[in-house]
Design a protein around this ligand. Structure first.
Ligand SMILES: *Cc1c(COP(=O)(O)O)cnc(C)c1O
Length: 463
């Protein structure tokens, strides 16, 4: 006991005091490069660590050179932002873990403009009074979808919750058993219905549901039929779902709305881009669905947002609901969303301006030449690199089950897991996949510029 105390005072004597360290020339340089505040914090923290470590050390020799080298490494580590640029070489274009949709440059400009100073977010510049938060967005959405009215909230999960809370609270919502999906952990249709204060009435079976199943579920408490896009999974084989038109006719015959959670949703004809067909929001509205919700940052290729389009009377009920305030979209996303929707309305080829659509629709020949160019650079660095044929995915629950042809650069290495980790720790970080014992870089979700950055990252990790 007394020995430990003596040891402790030896350590204290051997370590310089904070204020003396901060006066050393090495400290001066670090203070200029970082800040007085960060330097003092780092020095105190390191001294605290040394006090513990040195209790078990024999030679108590303090080296300012080593101390300040450690302080520099610590300050560099601490000053690096946690959120950083990632090169997505997974081939999953709408990757929820990697931030979903990269924004078109027009949206970035709009975000900077809205963020830099004040804006007319809720101010009518014409008559100098309070204005609507949503500005041009509802009109753009009406034009792009043919709907009577539109509203936007924070994300699609919020859109579904708001729609159910405003239209079905205290009543029953009828959903097909094949559509009771879970999307990424915390969004499960039965739970969202319960949270909206409604009771779920399940109809049909997992694989087959018919119009008469919905009819049998109708009762005095029924408030709506809810259709949900199956998103991230597919039921194939012996399946049946009622034609949308029949469901709409049945609901309207009983004065009830049909709500559809479209998940990803698209505003343009995907087969024209060489992609599988998904009904467009306009088609769903035309089929008579009363309220459609979809995401801003999935196939749409814009910022995080929940878009709601449909009948004016229903949108008015959503607008009047107290939850709207809690679920509202922030100004930066709103600015980005307006710019994104303008591209859909005004650009000759929106697919060239929107990164998500341009990645998904890129010509295989371009991917092939990108893959060869990267493989050559990597081979020249001494890596075992090969170009292979592969299949990419849209991701984000969009186009489930659709395999999109792609080209891969695969790397053989004695420790592929370690290599993948070292690439992730580069800046920008490179996120790849592992398959068949090789590291896989998918060219569908990277640009030519990013392929060059991948080559640089490999140079760093081999160094
Ligand atoms: C993705 C998805 C959601 C959730 O959308 P967020 O914009 O992520 O909140 C809800 N429903 C379906 C069917 C989806 O695919």
């Amino acid at each position: 006991m007394s020995q430990t105390r003596n040891r402790g005072s030896d350590v204290l004597r051997a370590l310089p005091q904070t204020h003396l360290l901060l006066e050393m020339p090495e400290a001066q340089a670090l203070r200029e490069e970082f800040s007085r505040r960060s330097l003092t914090r780092a020095v105190r923290a390191r001294l605290g660590e040394l006090r513990q470590e040195w209790r078990h050390k024999d030679d108590l020799l303090f080296s300012p050179g080593r101390f300040f080298a450690e302080i520099r490494a610590r300050l560099e580590r601490e000053s690096r932002p946690h959120m950083c640029r990632v090169i997505n070489a997974t081939g999953i274009v709408i990757h929820t873990n990697l931030g979903r949709a990269p924004l078109p440059s027009q949206a970035l400009t709009a975000v900077v403009e809205a963020a830099e100073g004040y804006s007319n977010l809720e101010f009518d510049l014409e008559d100098g009074r309070r204005g609507s938060r949503y500005g041009a967005v509802p009109e753009l959405l009406r034009e792009l979808t043919g709907a009577e009215a539109a509203l936007v909230v924070n994300n699609n999960a919020a859109a579904v919750l708001l729609a159910l809370s405003a239209l079905a609270q205290g009543g029953e919502v009828v959903v097909s058993r094949g559509e009771l999906v879970e999307i990424g952990g915390s969004f499960r249709i039965p739970e969202v219905i319960a949270q909206g204060g409604a009771r779920l009435v399940e109809v049909g079976t997992t694989n087959r549901t018919r119009t008469k199943d919905y009819e049998a579920a109708l009762g005095p408490e029924t408030r709506a039929f809810l259709k949900v896009h199956q998103s991230n999974y597919r039921i194939t084989g012996f399946t049946a779902a009622p034609p949308l038109a029949d469901l709409v006719t049945l609901a309207h015959g009983h004065g009830l709305p049909v709500i559809e959670d479209l998940g990803s949703g698209t505003l343009i004809d995907l087969p024209a881009l060489g992609l599988p067909h998904e009904p467009t929001v306009r088609e769903i509205i035309k089929a008579g669905v009363d309220l459609v919700t979809f995401s801003g940052d999935k196939l749409l290729g814009g910022p995080q947002a929940g878009l709601i389009v449909g009948r004016k009377a229903l949108i008015e009920r959503l607008k009047a609901h107290p939850l709207l305030r809690a679920l509202r979209i922030d100004k930066l996303n709103l600015a980005a969303l307006e710019a994104t929707l303008r591209l859909y309305r005004d650009a000759d080829r929106p697919q060239d301006r929107l990164p998500v659509l341009s990645m998904l629709s890129q010509d295989i020949a371009r991917l092939e030449s990108r893959a060869h160019s990267l493989a050559e650079q990597l081979s020249a660095q001494g890596w075992d690199a090969r170009v292979e044929v592969g299949q990419a995915e849209a991701g984000g629950g969009a186009l489930p089950g659709a395999a999109i042809a792609t080209r891969l650069v695969t790397i053989g290495h004695a420790d592929v897991t370690g290599l993948a980790r070292r690439l992730r720790l580069c800046r920008p970080a490179v996120v790849a996949r592992l398959h068949g014992g090789r590291l896989v870089l998918d060219m569908r979700s990277v640009s030519d510029e990013e392929a060059n950055l991948i080559a640089q990252a490999f140079r760093q990790v081999s160094a």
